[in-house]
Design a protein around this ligand. Structure first.
Ligand code: XMP
Length: 513
């Protein structure tokens, strides 16, 4: 059993960040919605629980609450922001609902700590913390002591050491909180007594053993896109079961220019794996004809992928397992569990009823992107492969907005190739987490060679991010943007305008669909 910490999600904006911070401390953690039954928590038997922040007031009728039984499990709990207020409120403390903004705190705040408390031990007795709250705790519950305060917040942290219950009004997971990571670490190691077993070496060993046991002497077909996730999954499975694995690369006609050849070359020359390329551009385009709704497109593409893989399994092995490189954020953003559905990642669509895989193997399903890359490096994958920018499974299908046709895909491929070329030449490609071109399906008027044009607009998108759960739009110098725009308009037929997408995530997502 791996030691686990549960991040109980009350809807705050930093939930993913909390989870990543915990994992950075070598402790495995899972985010569960606040609707999870307490029996499930008992079953997991976590070393600790962290209540996240959330946008509500504990007094709102619709605000998320949790059964107070959780405080009786004997499991250490750390409440953050709303989570701290909820802990105080549930245990009989006083939370003041601030009607006005006079006592609210947003941003960097001077905070005094009691360093005799286990959470703040060996840290300075004052420092900046990151606050974002209106309501505040005026009186901690019985059995608690106040362990931090600010000018406006009498209870910036509270502790009941006997019951191992802790609360902080500020956000230790955010970089702006000085020593915040050390506070989280102290909770994990000194309070929860974690041992820190979540390391990528251990992950590889245990996952390889699990795969071997699960697969036995059967065959596995892996959906390989050539992206980081499926490549790392391929390496992991190959380590576990060698030639019982067949990697199937589906060229569905929605790849970037020359991508199909790149993937084929990489996987036939670099690795000793069974590799199959299936060219089925026409079949995919036929299925997508006339479809404009993004979720419908994603579902069609995902379902078609399953059909191709199923055919390969039957052809190669008669029956067998299907494997794919799903990672943790794919599942979260696809709205598995109670999280809101943002978009259905292609590998999260339902398997058609007539397809009977032995099972689906997703060895990376609990990992964040940076963890996947660490696994890839440990497995000895080449740097360029591990650090490739991600490319969505539905490919250019989610970048051709509206109906997907061969002509429109071609326009996008050409424009995208120019953008990539210019970014590479300028040295900016390395500095970006992801960049690409989108064809929104908007026509605008222009003038070229004294004549009127009425043609397509393309948008260029570039982002920087650590984890792809949040992202900043990239500040590419104007002269590079200018060259990209000039070349696209001059070289790509049917494009007469280029715009730059300056939306961060949130509120945007990285892809447009
Ligand atoms: P979004 O658009 O959700 O993208 O902000 C976050 C990251 O995920 C990639 N992405 C996908 N990857 N299948 C994938 O394998 C998909 O269906 C999918 N949709 C988005 C996206 O390119 C970005 O890196």
């Amino acid at each position: 059993m791996k030691e686990t910490v549960i991040v109980l999600d009350f809807g705050g904006q930093y939930n993913q960040l909390i989870a990543r911070r915990v994992r950075e401390c070598n402790v495995y953690c899972e985010i569960l919605p606040y609707t999870v039954p307490i029996e499930r928590i008992r079953e997991i038997d976590p070393k600790g629980i962290i209540f996240t922040g959330g946008p509500n007031s504990v007094y709102d009728e619709s605000s998320p609450h949790y059964t107070p039984e959780i405080f009786e499990l004997g499991i250490p709990i750390l409440g953050i922001c709303y989570g701290c207020q909820l802990m105080a409120y549930s245990l009989g403390g006083e939370v003041v609902s601030a009607e006005d903004n006079s006592v609210s705190e947003y941003g960097k705040t001077d905070t005094a700590y009691r360093t005799d408390n286990i959470l703040f031990k060996n840290l300075p007795d004052s420092g900046i913390s990151w606050m974002s709250h209106r309501d505040y705790i005026s009186q901690p519950p019985e059995g608690f002591v106040v362990t931090a305060a600010t000018a406006h917040c009498p209870v910036a942290a509270m502790a009941n050491d006997k019951k191992k219950l802790y609360g902080v009004q500020f956000h230790p997971e955010v970089n702006h909180t000085q020593n915040g990571k050390k506070m989280l670490r102290s909770f994990l190691y000194n309070v929860c007594e974690c041992e820190g077993t979540w390391k990528m070496d251990n992950f590889i060993d245990t996952t390889v053993a699990q795969i071997k046991e699960q697969v036995g002497d059967k065959g596995v077909v892996l959906g390989l896109s050539g992206g980081v996730d499926s490549s790392v999954a391929a390496a992991l499975l190959s380590k576990a079961i060698g030639k019982q694995l067949t990697c199937v690369f589906v060229d569905q006609g929605l790849m970037r220019k020359d991508e199909g050849d790149f993937v084929e070359n990489t996987f036939t020359k670099l690795f000793d794996m069974n590799f199959v390329r299936v060219n089925c551009q026409d079949e995919f385009l036929a299925k997508l004809k006339g479809i404009t709704d993004p979720e419908e497109k994603r579902n069609i593409i995902g379902t078609e992928f399953f059909n191709v893989f199923w055919n390969k399994i039957r052809e190669s092995y008669g029956s067998g397992f299907f494997a794919q490189g799903t990672i943790y954020p794919d599942r979260i953003e696809s709205g598995k569990g109670d999280a809101a559905k943002i978009k259905t990642h292609h590998n999260q669509v339902e398997v058609p009823k007539d397809i009977k895989f032995e099972d689906i193997i997703e060895p990376l399903k609990d990992l964040f992107k940076d963890e996947v890359r660490a696994v890839g490096e440990k497995l000895g994958l080449p740097h360029e492969l591990v650090w490739r920018q991600p490319f969505p499974g539905p490919g250019l299908g989610v970048r051709v907005i509206g109906e997907i046709t061969a002509e429109r895909v071609k326009i996008l491929q050409e424009a995208d190739a120019i953008f990539r070329d210019e970014m590479k030449k300028s040295g900016y490609a390395e500095k970006m987490s992801q960049f690409f071109v989108v064809l929104p399906g908007v026509k605008t008027v222009g003038v070229m060679g004294d004549a009127r044009t009425y043609d397509e607009l393309v948008a260029i998108r570039a982002v920087t991010t650590d984890d792809f759960m949040t992202a900043d739009w990239a500040k590419i110098p104007y002269d590079i943007l200018g060259s990209v725009s000039n070349r696209i308009i001059n070289e790509v037929e049917h494009v007469n305008r280029v715009v730059y997408d300056i939306t961060s995530k949130p509120p945007g997502t990285v892809e447009w669909e």
